[in-house]
Design a protein around this ligand. Structure first.
Ligand code: NAP
Length: 294
């Protein structure tokens, strides 16, 4: 049942996924809204594993059944990011390249899909961690959804080399093949390598595999690091400490995925509201909130 939302009700946004109870997105977007004075509500919507498209259409038409504001857009998380492109009317260039999207804006002439994960990682590395990527040697571990989302924006920063290493080599080769033209356009060398011999002494190592999530060992040898390498795990919380501890023990700088999480959210917020929030205080607040819980 669709009814006209009251004009004074805040616009409604959501994160759709399964599971979503753990999602920090409502907290992050709540902080952005408070900081910028934008009036929005942001909720979690858990979708059936075999029923993402109907759940998304229902949210876009009717909201969450609790809040009265008009649904204006949403984030999409695991495991549905690959389903978004076929449901959208228009895709950003980076979502097209990734073949996956994490952000939708419900425009009146059709849904617009974007993938803000990669630009979030790039901003965390370059702005928050202070490492400009141009001319750097980068190792990307993994070839799943997260790796596909970050590869295009990493290449757009014009690194010298990006090497993709994945447990299933064919998936790394396919990802490299799909991005070959994009890499050439940005003057970067792009190649695939085996996990046990990916090369040595990288400037940036990004763990976009699910090894930390699975509680498993770092899947590459420590020779990928040198003193001062920035080693980022897209995971955050206690599950990331194995990787960040390994990095520190080998003279590198370990960093978790919390900065990327906040930065990708800021990009989505800017796409929806036309205002870019200041991410630094929100990242600090999120770190404090999560450390209080552990
Ligand atoms: P996915 O699509 O399921 O892909 C998983 C990838 O990890 C595949 O490349 C897989 O290799 C590899 N893998 C799994 N277990 C491994 C192991 N024990 N050793 C080596 N490689 C292993 O998952 P995803 O969506 O890409 O997510 C990956 C990670 O990124 C998750 O931890 C997720 O939480 C995190 N993430 C964080 C953010 C953020 O904002 N911070 C955003 C997105 C994702 P095969 O191809 O051989 O199966």
């Amino acid at each position: 049942m669709t009814s006209t939302p009251p004009a004074d009700a805040p616009d409604l946004y959501a994160v759709l996924g399964n599971p979503v109870e753990h999602s920090q997105s409502p907290f992050i977007h709540g902080e952005f809204a408070r900081q910028t004075g934008e009036r929005i509500d942001y909720v979690r919507v858990c979708c059936p594993l075999d029923g993402f498209a109907p759940a998304l259409r229902r949210f876009a038409a009717e909201g969450d059944g609790v809040h009265r504001g008009r649904p204006r857009g949403c984030n999409v998380t695991v495991p549905f990011k690959f389903e978004v492109p076929r449901l959208a009317a228009r895709l950003s260039e980076r979502a097209t390249l990734a073949q996956a999207a994490n952000t939708l804006r419900f425009d009146t002439d059709g849904w617009y899909a974007d993938n803000t994960d990669g630009v979030g990682l790039r901003r965390d590395v370059e702005h928050n961690a202070g490492m400009p990527l141009a001319g750097r040697r980068v190792l990307l571990i993994g070839a799943g959804g997260a790796a596909a989302g970050v590869l295009g924006p990493l290449l757009a920063a014009a690194p010298a080399v990006v090497t993709v290493a994945n447990r299933t080599p064919d998936k790394a080769h396919a990802l490299v093949q799909r991005h070959a033209g994009w890499a050439r356009r940005h003057g970067a060398t792009l190649n695939a390598a085996p996990l046990d011999a990916p090369g040595a002494g990288f400037d940036l190592v990004v763990n976009a595999s699910a090894s930390s999530l699975a509680g498993q060992a770092v899947p590459v040898p420590a020779t990928v690091l040198r003193v001062g390498t920035l080693a980022v795990d897209l995971m955050y919380g206690p599950a990331a400490t194995g990787f960040t501890g390994w990095a520190q023990a080998n003279g590198a700088i370990g960093r978790d995925g919390l900065g990327m999480l906040v930065e990708q959210a800021a990009e989505a917020f800017a796409l929806w509201r036309g205002v870019r929030p200041d991410t630094a205080p929100v990242l600090d607040a999120l770190r404090a909130r999560l450390s209080d819980r552990s």
